[in-house]
Design a protein around this ligand. Sequence first.
Ligand SMILES: [Zn+2]
Length: 79
Amino acid sequence: MMKKMENKSSAYTINLAAIEGDGSFQCPKCGMSISPEDETEDNYKILDTKVDDNGDLSELVISCGKCRSNIKLTGFQGL
Ligand SMILES: [Zn+2]
């Protein structure tokens, strides 16, 4: 039996609480600068969002607009 583990192992994770400045970061794979403030899909595309019990955003899964890598963003509570 094959277990489906691709989804977890292929995604990069970035903790926004650990990033200084305006919250922009570089794609872990291709190095393109991504700013969460920039909501154009040239930059990145939102694939999935998760909220916690209080309705606050807790996790965001995006796709890099350049290399299409999946990147999981966490740490929104610290912003
Ligand atoms: Zn990229």
